[in-house]
Design a protein around this ligand. Structure first.
Ligand code: ZN
Length: 431
């Protein structure tokens, strides 16, 4: 079975992913010309994957979703010919349509979820790549897709027809596909205890702006601002504040609106030899009156239900972007790594205390401002890490502050001071 799957994968590797997948699917799914939906015109020519991607982003300027809970059609109009590839991810059932760099100039309702799909998202992934994620309640697949040139040279229309398939057929799609997109697969690096000790004296801080690209994060109650924009603005401010001291060097995990998986964030910090990782967030809560900052450290057991819910929501980021689930690295059994983990945990807690201390009397804090839960972005075994909820976008007072450059600057300055104090303590203790 495994040999079969490997053979299938290598054979598929030589072909354009989309065209090959489609050919496979079309072999056992009826052609869409037999579709029942009156609203659904016919389409049977597979997408042309032979045209090289242009460097200039495509613009998707309008779209439409039509169909029912058995068959659904997605239509998108582009200024240039789009080259697509299709992948599938389970739990929940998702169809991923990968595109070159695309600006989605769509109205909110253009591609609202309907028919087979309970959720439709789109946005940037890694540099030069964009993605549409169609989430379905039942297993579903692309049965046909085509790109046609509009009459009069007005642009190109992408038509993707999807239909429900059996669990078995969906499982076959999953096992038979190849991920040629390297960015979709998180890299792994063996964990070397003490690997992240910085480069000879410079104290490196990885500043991680939460969310990005296809994952917007939370949304402001009053202004509708996306969390991903708030976190990036703040991360930039924090980097500037940290870089004001020659003893510390701050690096951003992302410096633009792009998607990074949680493990990529961790890996980027480790690759930079980071001594610390600070992940910045501004989420929403159902209880709109709750406000103030929280500092989180990692723990298997959450400190309380608010922390547990928040971690569960944050950990959805990869799922939102349609990342395939990665197995946990088989390194936990190593006793050295276990010791490193414990030491790292102690450092994380001491940083969290410094930050809370710096905020007291200066920045509004929630009750019990140091909490812990199983945030996946905090799992580097060798980099002390904290996740900072600066405030809640669900509270309009917090939202106003979060969007205020003067407040951002003040808070960034306080965190930079906390990091300097933490660093002196670590150095004094011979760390
Ligand atoms: Zn967040």
């Amino acid at each position: 079975m495994r040999v079969e799957a490997a053979k299938r994968r290598s054979a598929m590797h030589r072909l354009a992913g989309a065209a090959c997948l489609l050919a496979g699917i079309l072999a056992f799914v009826p052609a869409p010309s037999r579709a029942a939906g009156a609203d659904v015109p016919t389409a049977s020519i597979p997408a042309d994957a032979s045209i090289p991607a242009d460097k200039v982003p495509l613009v998707a300027y309008s779209g439409r979703v039509a169909g029912d809970d058995a068959r659904t059609r997605l239509i998108l109009d582009f200024d240039k010919r789009p080259e697509i590839s299709v992948h599938y991810v389970a739990n929940p059932y998702r169809i991923l349509i990968d595109l070159p760099d695309t600006v989605f100039a769509l109205k909110k309702d253009d591609v609202a979820a309907r028919g087979l799909f309970s959720d439709i998202r789109y946005g940037g992934m890694a540099a030069g790549k964009s993605r549409i994620v169609l989430t379905a309640d039942r297993p579903a697949s692309v049965v046909a897709s085509e790109v046609r040139k509009e009459e009069g040279g007005a642009g190109y229309r992408l038509v993707v027809d999807t239909a429900i398939v059996t669990e078995d057929a969906f499982a076959k799609l999953l096992s038979g596909q190849s991920w040629q997109d390297a960015a979709a697969v998180a890299e792994t690096r063996p964990v070397l205890p003490g690997a992240a000790t910085g480069d000879g004296g410079t104290f490196v801080i990885a500043v991680d702006a939460g969310h990005g690209g296809i994952d917007n994060g939370a949304q402001g109650a009053a202004t509708g601002t996306h969390e991903k924009a708030v976190t990036l603005a703040f991360a930039r401010e924090l980097t500037t504040a940290l870089n004001a001291s020659p003893a510390t060097k701050a690096v951003l995990t992302r410096d633009k609106d792009e998607f990074l998986s949680l493990s990529q964030r961790v890996q980027l910090a480790r690759n930079q030899g980071a001594n610390l990782l600070i992940s910045v967030h501004a989420d929403t809560l159902r209880q709109k009156d709750i406000r103030g900052a929280t500092v989180y450290t990692i723990s298997d057991k959450a400190s309380d239900s608010l922390a547990a819910n928040l971690a569960a929501r944050e950990n959805l980021s990869d799922e939102i972007a349609g990342m395939p689930l990665q197995g946990e690295p088989a390194e936990v059994a190593d006793i050295l790594i276990d010791l490193t983990r414990r030491e790292t945990q102690a450092f994380s807690i001491s940083l969290a205390r410094e930050v809370v201390g710096a905020f007291e009397g200066e920045v509004k804090l929630i009750n019990n401002p140091h909490r812990h839960a199983g945030f996946r972005v905090l799992t580097a075994p060798d980099v002390p890490s904290v996740l900072l909820e600066l405030g809640f976008l669900s509270n309009k007072d917090d939202e106003q502050l979060l969007l205020d450059p003067a407040w951002q600057k003040k808070v960034a300055g306080l965190i930079a001071e906390a990091v300097q104090r933490y660093r002196s303590v670590v150095i004094a203790n011979g760390g």
